[in-house]
Design a protein around this ligand. Sequence first.
Ligand code: SF4
Length: 64
Amino acid sequence: MDCQKESNMENCICSYPGCSRKGVCCECLTYHLQSKQLPGCCFPSAVEKTYDRSFKAFAKAWGL
Ligand code: SF4
């Protein structure tokens, strides 16, 4: 299966500029999980823009 980067990009809400992982979701997820974080698309838009991608920020954002 080929990478679906172009179609993934249509749904990518990450606002961090210049990241080479945009649209390559497997690399994005691996990168953030290594730091106990989640990709930007896991967060509400207002929280995503803070670039705090921690599990703690995720739980707080969704009231968990
Ligand atoms: S969530 Fe992180 S790794 Fe994924 S595209 Fe945005 S800045 Fe890059």
